[in-house]
Design a protein around this ligand. Structure first.
Ligand code: HGY
Ligand code: MN
Ligand code: MN
Length: 421
């Protein structure tokens, strides 16, 4: 490593990280009393951004929000090179304290340490809008907008709020943003020389191998889609089995076939049906319509895309066999994303220097880093979460691990910036 690695006061950093996490788990920052639930254009999300803004202002950072609401804060004027750190602070609708938020809090801690230790690193913190898709059913929406991986028609028409069905565009305008300038969002990436996102692992590999840091070198790609089966809604008691067009049965066949296809693809390919919607969804009515979501992922591009193709064909055939019709509609997709070798190497060296057990690994979960990794050198750091539980209020992680993550990030960034000392 070009610069002698430094050791931070990990106890002090862990205490600050814990204070931030616990504050943001309070009632002002979530729409649910049972879980963390916050997403774009809600008062709870606004308060969360304002919390970070307050902390960053205290460090002398300039801040702004992009035309639809991604938060950006930097300690250098526009035009000067900076290194990017951050994640997302919106949550799954049944979220935990740590998914995303731990990454933004640790990025904030990196900014604090930079100040405290007089390192003068040029930094830009980013908190991406709508990573979870809880507001509009579109994962990584803020970072995909920045990366211009959406269309204006999708923003104006197709992407609709889960709560009230109104368009993303309408909600963004109502929240005081300028969606008509959405293409300017890409300017956020202008001065970035690199990017590191810290995140909880959301699985149990680090815990079960007693590692405290994961250096992520690739992120699984994914296909998000929906299949709708059109059958016929009949009386559940009066309709003999041979006379039915039960859309629910075709859905059930597809769920089992998806499992078989994912296992057959191997190489870590996974397939999940997480949302199902039967109509009319009554105990005494044969479902005339069944709509279900597909979440298909893998680091082997052909593997997971083949599963998506095959399950779409299977659904069509299974429905036709029973005199019904099935339609496949893709929501969105991102390719498997290899991360930057140089930043990964610097993170591994910094993890080595920390003296803590670490390992190199892939990410099965999607992250905003996927949206920008083809535009600037990017990598990720994982910290363990208890028993791999995530997207649940049971999610649990250690601020002490994030403090080590902050130290590792700081040392890796010092390698990459002129300000490194
Ligand atoms: O689902 C994901 O991969 C991410 O946690 N939104
Ligand atoms: Mn996340
Ligand atoms: Mn998540």
């Amino acid at each position: 490593m070009a610069t002698q690695p430094l050791t931070i006061d990990r106890t002090k950093s862990a205490e600050r990280i814990e204070r931030d996490i616990e504050t943001l788990a309070g009632p002002d920052y979530t729409r649910s009393s049972e879980a963390i639930m916050r997403y774009a254009y809600t008062p709870e999300y606004r308060r969360t951004l304002d919390y970070f803004i307050g902390e960053l202002e205290a460090l002398g950072f300039e801040h702004y929000e992009d035309p639809v609401g991604t938060l950006v804060a930097r300690n250098r004027p526009a035009g000067e090179n900076v290194f990017g750190v951050g994640s997302h602070c919106d949550s799954n609708r049944n979220g935990g304290k740590y998914d995303g938020t731990m990454g933004v809090v640790t990025a904030l801690e990196v900014c604090r340490l930079n100040e405290e230790l007089g390192l003068d690193l040029p930094l830009q913190l980013i908190s991406f809008l709508e990573e979870e898709g809880s507001g509009f059913g579109q994962m990584l929406l803020g970072s995909r907008i920045i990366a211009q991986r959406v269309t204006e028609e999708e923003l104006r028409e197709k992407f609709r709020a889960v709560d009230d069905g109104r368009s993303f565009w309408e909600h963004a305008e109502e929240a005081g943003y300028e969606p008509e300038r959405w293409q300017d969002s890409i300017r956020i990436l202008d001065d970035l020389v690199g990017w590191i996102e810290l995140h909880i692992e959301q699985a149990r590999v680090l815990q079960d191998t007693q590692n405290r840091i994961g250096v992520v070198n690739a992120i699984a790609g994914y296909v998000h889609a929906d299949i709708t089966v059109y059958g016929r809604g009949d009386h559940a008691g009066a309709t003999p089995m041979d006379f039915r067009k039960d859309a629910g049965i075709v859905m059930a066949e597809c769920m089992l076939e998806l499992e078989r296809l994912a296992r057959e693809a191997g190489k870590g390919t996974v397939g999940t049906v997480g949302e199902i919607e039967l109509r009319p969804n009554l105990i005494n009515a044969v479902p005339g319509q069944a709509k279900f979501s597909l979440d298909i992922r893998g680091v082997d591009e052909e593997g997971f895309r083949g599963v998506a193709r095959d399950i779409a064909a299977f659904a069509k055939e299974a429905a036709e066999k029973r005199g019904m019709r099935a339609e496949y509609a893709q929501r969105q997709t991102l390719s498997a994303t290899p991360l930057d070798e140089d930043i990964v190497a610097a993170l591994e060296e910094a993890a080595q220097a920390s003296g803590e057990p670490y390992m190199a690994m892939h990410s099965g979960a999607a992250h905003d880093t996927m949206s920008i990794a083809d535009r600037l050198p990017s990598a990720m750091v994982f910290v363990p979460c208890k028993d791999g539980i995530s997207h649940s209020p049971e999610e649990d992680a250690e601020p002490a691990d994030a403090a080590i993550g902050a130290e590792v990030m700081l040392n890796a960034i010092r390698t990459f910036t002129a300000g490194g000392q």
